[in-house]
Ligand binder design. Structure first.
Ligand code: FAD
Ligand code: EPU
Length: 335
């Protein structure tokens, strides 16, 4: 157990914050020992790669970092392969390991930072694919019940950047592993944004999972800041899903507004476009700004505190609300 430790190496925004206590676990037994030995009233969180957390102040409590490893083939036939992956594995490395073997299913989720264990928490998604599309089971330990559970895909109640782990089970469990099913017979999703153009630009003819992962990496690198160079936590807000009528009013006023139909009665309008249109793209407040190539990402321009980032987020939220009447909600976990 470490005390009064800097969290700089443990999150991607780069805020200079400390935690009172810090420890790691590599299996369920180590986790239960940590939980049994800590004072009952001590505040704690399970940490992965810290890429979806903004620390606005020092953390007075115990950070428990997940380091469970494992990459196991559970079953395999001519069409599918089923894998159980330890929650502490790096997500992107896992994607690359699967595409290099020619297994298809998570190539569109390449280069998303963080751990495997955090992937079901907000049901990570990118370029037309969400992790729910491949998840069969999520294994987790329940702190109060002191028991391990295995939830099916349906029991996880996945939605857009949402799951049961962000609702009923928020702060009550630690994900230990996920089981995913991938395809040996490829069925690519190349419909999102610039994917098809990039495939053509690269002159790729017989697309493989590895090719598509590399195309996604190229597109992402052209739009999103690398957290190793510029502190950030990815999209700061979720894209609002609006009742159809409300969205149509905005589209009527701004015919250029990008939008995606969600079922019969709802339309999603990108928060990046709302923030840009509200005048915030590439602008800064103190040491925090929006990324010039993607207004939905708040960036640390050097020496920013989490508090400054939160102040900018609130200002943006207010301006989007007054200009469009829309409340945009943070995607990032604010601590
Ligand atoms: P953390 O930030 O460590 O934790 C996030 C939350 O999950 C916290 O509440 C934490 O307590 C909880 N948690 C973490 N691990 C566990 C566990 N094992 N058990 C229980 N609770 C746990 N997200 C997308 O969906 N799509 C994207 O395209 C995307 N792009 C990004 C790009 C950049 C540059 C960055 C910085 C972030 C991006 N993100 C994206 C957000 C982020 O990468 C994901 O949310 C990722 O899954 C977070 O993983 P993590 O291990 O860093 O989680
Ligand atoms: N847009 C603007 N201005 C901007 C940013 C975007 O007008 O400053 C417009 C784009 O032109 C495009 C639309 O908004 O028409 C969507 O933009 P983009 O494809 O970049 O995706 P996004 O909706 O901003 C979402 C996810 C990302 C994910 C990408 C790709 C959310 C909150 N964000 O971003 O996830 O990588 O799609 O699928 O859903 C994350 O969650 O951290 C994240 C990075």
């Amino acid at each position: 157990m470490k005390t009064n430790i800097s969290l700089l190496p443990y999150h991607t925004f780069g805020a200079k914050v400390n935690a009172d206590f810090f420890t790691t676990f590599s299996n369920k037994e180590e986790l239960t020992t940590i939980l049994d030995q800590k004072p009952n009233d001590q505040n704690f969180i399970i940490l992965g790669g810290g890429s979806n957390i903004l620390f606005t102040k020092d953390f007075h409590g115990l950070i428990i970092k997940n380091e469970i490893s494992g990459f196991e083939v559970i079953s395999e036939d001519d069409h599918h392969i089923t894998l159980k992956i330890g929650a502490g594995e790096n997500w992107h490395d896992t994607v690359m390991q699967t595409v290099e073997k020619g297994w298809q299913g998570i190539e569109n989720l390449a280069l998303i930072p963080g751990t495997v264990g955090a992937s079901p928490i907000q049901n990570i998604g990118a370029y037309g694919v969400e992790v729910k599309d491949v998840i069969q089971k999520v294994e987790f330990y329940h702190f109060d019940k002191k028991e391990t559970f295995e939830y099916s895909n349906q029991e996880c109640a996945f939605g857009y950047r949402n799951s049961i782990f962000k609702n009923e089970l928020k702060g009550k469990i630690a994900v230990l592993s996920i089981t995913i099913q991938l395809n040996k017979n490829w069925n690519f999703n190349t419909s999102y944004g610039a994917i098809e153009d990039e495939i053509e630009n690269q002159g790729i003819e017989n697309l493989t999972p590895l090719d598509l992962a590399n195309v996604i990496i190229k597109i992402r690198e052209s739009k999103l800041p690398d957290p190793n160079e510029i502190g950030n936590c990815g999209s700061f807000f979720k894209n609002p899903v609006l009742p159809k009528e409300d969205a149509l009013k905005i589209i009527e006023k701004h015919p250029d507004a990008p939008h995606y139909i969600v079922g019969e009665e709802a339309i999603k309008i990108p928060a990046g476009w709302l923030i840009q249109t509200a005048g915030w793209k590439g602008k800064s407040l103190g040491n925090v700004g929006t990324y010039p190539k993607q207004a939905l990402v708040l960036v640390n321009n050097g020496g920013a505190t989490g508090e400054e980032a939160w102040a900018l987020a609130l200002q943006i939220q207010k301006d989007v609300k007054s200009q469009f009447g829309i409340s945009i909600e943070p995607e990032v976990n604010i601590l």
